[in-house]
Design a protein around this ligand. Structure first.
Ligand SMILES: Cc1cc2nc3c(=O)[nH]c(=O)nc-3n(C[C@H](O)[C@H](O)[C@H](O)COP(=O)(O)OP(=O)(O)OC[C@H]3O[C@@H](n4cnc5c(N)ncnc54)[C@H](O)[C@@H]3O)c2cc1C
Length: 342
C-alpha cells in the first residue's frame, strides 16, 4: 500500500506530489480531462487585484514558489522580470503611488512620461508601477515537474472514478475497473470535481477564461497587467482574459477574442493589428466567499485540494510546501482554507 495517492496532475496535484514524494511513497493519477494548468498564461503576481491586495500570505507563497522551482530543477522556467501595472484612472494612480511609497522593496512608481520613454509600445496616461513578480513558462514547468517526479512517484495515466475511506486506508477505484489501496487520498481534480458524485456538493464556482495568442508585433520585455493582461512568451504575446460565469463549453469564442483584444489594446495599441495565432480556454475553480483555496479533510483519510482560482502557480506552491504538515496535523490547516459547507 502506498502512503499517498494524488488524483490530478495539474499545478495543484503536481506541486503536492513534488513535496510529498520527498518522504512518502506517492502514486500520481495524471487523469485525462483538460487541465486549467495547461492553458495558464504564466503570470506570477503576488500583488494581484485592482487594489494590489494580493491574498493572505502572498509573499510567503512567492517564496514557496521559488522553493518549488528549485525542487523541480526548474529555475530557468521563471523570469522574475517584474510586472508593469498601468493605472486605469487617477484614483488607481493615487493608490498605486501610495502603495509604492510604503512598499519600496516590492514596487516602484513611474510617471507616464517615464513609461513613454522606457516602454514606447505601452500606453499608460495615468502612470504605472512595476511590481515584483514575473512570468513562468507553464508548459515547460509542468513538463519539468513531470520529469522530476518520474523517478520519485508512480505515475498512472488513468482517472479515479470513486473511492471508499475505510478509516485505516482508502480504496481508490480507477476507470480501468482496477482498484488501489492507499493511506491517504488527495483529490486535485480541478473542474472535474463536478463529475464525481461525492464532490458534487462542494461549495465551489467555475469560471471559464479565454486567452488569445498573437504574434509579438513589438518588443515587450515584461508582462503588462491592467485592462486585461499581455504576457510575452517567446515570439508571441498571450493576451487575457475573460471571466465567464456561464458558458456552453470549453471552446474559445469570437466574442471572447474580441473582448480580450479590445481590453488589451488600451494598454498596447499595436495589439489591434497583431496577427492572431490562436486562442485557448480553461476553467478556473474558485471558492465563492473566500476566493482562497480549499484544502481540507473530506473524511479521515481523503483530502480535497482545489479552488486555486486565477492564482494557481503561487497557491499550488504554497499548498504543496505545507501539505505534509497539514496531512499530519489537520488542525494546522489555515481556517480560511477549510471546508465551509460541512
Ligand atoms: C485562461 C486562464 C489563464 C490563467 N492564467 C494564470 C496565470 O497567468 N497565473 C496563474 O497563477 N494562474 C493562472 N490561471 C489559473 C490556473 O490555471 C489554475 O489555478 C490552476 O491551473 C488550477 O490547477 P489545478 O491543479 O487545481 O487544476 P487543473 O489544472 O485543472 O488540473 C486538474 C487535473 O486533474 C485531472 N483530473 C480530472 N479528473 C480526474 C480524475 N477523475 N482522476 C484523475 N485525474 C483527474 C485533470 O486531467 C487535470 O490534469 C489561469 C486559468 C485560466 C483558465
Amino acid at each position: 500500500m502506498v502512503d499517498v495517492i494524488i488524483a490530478g496532475s495539474g499545478l495543484g496535484g503536481s506541486c503536492a506530489a513534488l513535496w510529498l514524494s520527498e518522504s512518502n511513497s506517492v502514486t500520481l493519477l495524471s487523469g485525462t480531462a483538460p487541465a486549467a494548468s495547461a492553458v495558464a498564461a504564466g503570470l506570477v503576481n503576488p500583488l494581484a487585484g485592482q487594489r494590489m491586495g494580493g491574498f493572505p500570505n502572498a509573499w510567503t507563497a512567492y517564496e514557496d514558489f521559488q522553493h518549488t522551482l528549485h525542487r523541480a530543477n526548474a529555475l530557468e522556467m521563471y523570469n522574475p522580470c517584474g510586472i508593469l501595472r498601468p493605472a486605469l484612472n487617477e484614483t488607481q494612480a493615487s493608490l498605486f503611488f501610495v502603495i509604492s511609497q510604503t512598499n519600496p522593496d516590492s514596487l516602484i512608481w513611474l510617471e507616464s512620461d517615464q513609461i513613454d520613454e522606457m516602454y514606447p509600445s505601452i500606453t499608460a496616461p495615468f502612470g504605472a508601477t512595476i511590481t515584483k513578480g514575473g512570468v513562468a513558462d507553464i508548459s515547460k514547468l509542468l513538463d519539468q515537474m513531470a520529469t522530476t517526479l518520474m523517478p520519485r512517484c508512480n505515475v498512472i495515466h488513468q482517472n479515479l472514478t470513486d473511492w471508499e475511506d475505510h478509516g485505516s486506508e482508502v480504496t481508490v477505484m480507477l476507470d480501468s475497473e482496477t482498484s488501489l489501496q492507499t493511506r491517504k487520498l488527495i483529490l486535485a481534480v480541478g473542474a472535474e470535481y463536478q463529475f464525481l458524485s461525492k464532490l458534487k456538493n462542494l461549495h465551489l464556482h467555475c469560471t471559464k477564461g479565454q486567452l488569445v495568442h498573437v504574434s509579438m508585433s513589438t518588443d515587450l520585455p515584461l508582462p503588462v497587467s491592467g485592462a486585461g493582461y499581455a504576457v510575452p512568451a517567446g515570439n508571441k504575446l498571450i493576451l487575457g482574459t475573460t471571466y465567464e460565469h456561464s458558458y456552453k463549453d470549453l471552446e474559445p469564442t469570437n466574442e471572447g477574442i474580441t473582448k480580450i483584444l479590445a481590453l488589451t489594446k488600451r494598454m498596447i495599441p499595436s495589439v489591434a493589428s497583431a496577427k492572431i495565432l490562436g486562442a485557448s480556454a480553461g476553467i478556473r475553480v474558485g471558492v465563492p466567499e473566500t476566493r482562497l483555496p480549499m484544502v481540507d479533510q473530506l473524511t479521515r483519510n481523503v483530502w480535497i485540494l482545489t479552488g486555486l482560482g486565477s492564482k494557481g502557480i503561487l497557491l499550488a506552491s504554497h499548498i504543496g510546501r505545507n501539505l505534509e504538515t497539514w496531512l499530519k496535523t489537520p488542525l494546522s490547516v489555515p481556517d480560511e482554507f477549510r471546508l465551509r459547507n460541512n
